[in-house]
Design a protein around this ligand. Structure first.
Ligand code: 3PG
Ligand code: CO
Length: 554
């Protein structure tokens, strides 16, 4: 069994109240007009930066530093919070699926053999995000899975696509659909009845998270399972092109559509006996659909029909709920997280964000595990997000409310660690609206100020960091770093995350005078933060944790 007891830190005391602030989508980049953090009025974060190099530094938040396949992979909240909370780097879903597909092991394991039983007489449905962003899914993985399944007996295949435009440039869905349609045509050439059956934009159809808005999942269900949608087309490319012609249409929010045959009949509702795979590897935006597909008892919306299917996730999305029961690839086993250690060493923990990021500082932080380790020592507070809006219309989001909750938790002195995620830079950055993102950054900065002020009052310590970049760069750039322009001379807006490093700042009246950042961890990443926080609580991190970022000089 695990020895939970942590060794005492030789120099740092226990009993300080520590605020751990994660600014979502807050990276460091050169200052120009597309760097919303630079343009925005952010005096609190600016002041922290002035404490470099001893108490402000950058850490890596993308690529292999957070367990992603390559250095070209931008960071994201799942892998970022996993690394922050777990203090170690785990090969993440993207990578594990790559390996399982390359070795063919994916086809030998339980999950695939389970769905395979449907191949002879029924349809295989594949539902997921059509993108090469590598955050939730990847098109090349879908392509390999289509090939692998068809070679192993799938005779009738239906793909239910969700268009992206959030982890990739808006409009790229057309090209992805063309690639996919070409592959499906090739399969048809080999006698396999393979087609796209339905689709819709990821933010409007299916991919809600943390139960912000079940209507989103219902829209997907109606199209995917019932074969019902307001728009009907002959193929996915035509559907996406046509739907994008509507004013203000974009990939993220395309309405649901179904593909119909020459008689106007939907080509791919999900029926009894079928197999279904949700091919996203990332959990947060798949667990709601997974519940709808798997749970006999379900009251989140009227499913109308609940087909008896064989369902498997690309991964198991929730280790605690064992959801779904069947999966093609085993998820990273992220155990012994810092949250679990600290709670087992008596650290009373408060965590808070608004709905759209709530699971980030709880579920992702704790290694994709839902619930408390010890409900007597922990309190997680979710502030309801506005739903049904794009956050550029409300760029302040609930930053103030999160700041207030954190402040109250700190001042109550009932907690040793008060942890928050402040979503603005990321959620507004994803809309691609530069003006709104500037407002968002200012709001996030104000929330940080509230928390630092409270920490001052209780003579505590703060650790301010971020999970990955977003708001610090809102344009696509060429190799030289110059903004890319389209044929009309307009800059290409970047809605996605970035490859940029993120800040880590420490301070507060409770921080012992000799504490500063070490100089010998130049390539430090998000995974180094956990040991650092453990030190500040007065403990030495377990041996296999990535090393601490701080030293104490006498
Ligand atoms: C999303 O799910 O909103 C984006 O694909 C990734 O954003 P996140 O990693 O910041 O949640
Ligand atoms: Co994001």
């Amino acid at each position: 069994g695990t020895t939970w007891k942590l060794a005492d830190h030789p120099k740092l005391p226990k009993g300080k109240i520590i605020a751990v602030v994660v600014l979502d989508g807050w990276g460091e980049a050169s200052p120009d007009q597309y760097n919303c953090i630079h343009v925005a009025d952010t005096p609190t974060m600016d002041a922290l930066k002035n404490s470099a190099p001893d108490r402000w530094r950058l850490v890596r938040a993308h690529g292999t530093a957070v367990g992603l396949p390559t250095e070209d992979d931008m960071g994201n909240s799942e892998v970022g919070h996993n690394a922050l909370g777990a203090g170690r780097i785990f090969a993440q879903g993207a990578k594990l699926v790559d390996v399982a597909l390359a070795s063919g092991k994916i086809y030998e394991d339980e999950g695939f053999n389970y769905i395979k039983e449907s191949f002879a007489n029924n349809t295989l449905h594949l539902i997921g995000l059509m993108s090469d962003g590598g955050v939730h899914s990847r098109l090349d993985q879908l392509q390999l899975l289509l090939k692998g399944a068809s070679e192993r007996g799938a005779k009738r295949i239906r793909v239910h696509v969700l268009t992206d435009g959030r982890d990739v440039v808006d409009g790229t869905s057309v090209g992805f659909a063309e690639t996919l349609e070409k592959d499906l045509a090739e399969l048809r050439g080999k006698g396999i009845d393979a087609q796209v059956a339905s689709g819709g934009g990821r933010m409007y159809v299916t991919m809600d998270r943390y139960e912000n808005d079940w209507e989103v999942v219902k829209r997907g269900w109606d199209a995917q399972v019932l074969g019902e949608a307001p728009h009907k087309f002959k193929n996915a490319v035509e559907a996406i092109k046509k739907l994008r012609e509507a004013p203000n249409a974009n990939d993220q929010y395309l309405p649901p559509f179904v593909i119909v045959d020459e008689n106007g009949k939907p080509v791919g509702p999900i029926v009894d006996g079928d197999a279904v795979v949700t091919f996203n590897f990332r959990a947060d935006r798949m667990t709601m659909l997974a519940q709808a597909l798997e749970y006999e008892k379900f009251d989140k919306f009227d499913r109308v029909r609940f087909p008896k299917i064989r369902y498997a996730g690309m991964l198991q999305y929730d280790g605690e709920l064992k959801l779904p029961k069947h999966y093609l690839v085993s998820p990273p086993l992220i155990e012994r997280t810092s949250g679990e250690y600290l709670v087992n060493n008596g650290i009373r923990t408060f965590a808070c964000s608004e709905t759209v990021k709530f699971g980030h500082v709880t579920f992702f932080w704790n290694g994709n595990r839902s619930g408390y380790f010890n409900s007597e020592l922990e309190e997680y507070v979710e502030i309801p997000s506005d739903s049904g809006i794009t956050f550029n219309v409300q760029p302040k989001m609930k930053a103030l409310e999160i700041g207030e909750k954190a402040r109250d938790a700190i001042l109550s002195r009932k907690f040793d660690q008060v942890r928050v995620n402040i979503p603005n830079g990321d959620m507004v950055g994803h809309t691609g609206d530069i003006e709104a993102t500037i407002v968002a950054c200012k709001a996030a900065d104000l929330a940080v100020k509230m928390i630092l002020d409270a920490i001052k009052e209780v003579s505590g310590i703060y650790v301010v960091t971020a999970d990955h970049g977003n708001a610090e760069d809102m344009v696509k750039r060429n190799k030289k770093g110059e903004p890319l322009v389209d044929k009309d001379g307009k800059v290409q807006i970047q809605t996605s995350h970035t490859l940029q490093p993120v800040p880590v700042a420490i301070g507060g009246p409770g921080l012992a005078t000799g504490v500063k950042f070490r100089k010998d961890v130049p390539n430090g990443g998000l995974a180094n933060v956990a040991a650092t926080v453990m030190n500040l609580h007065g403990f030495v991190a377990p041996d296999d944790y990535e090393t601490t970022l701080i030293e104490v000089v006498d």
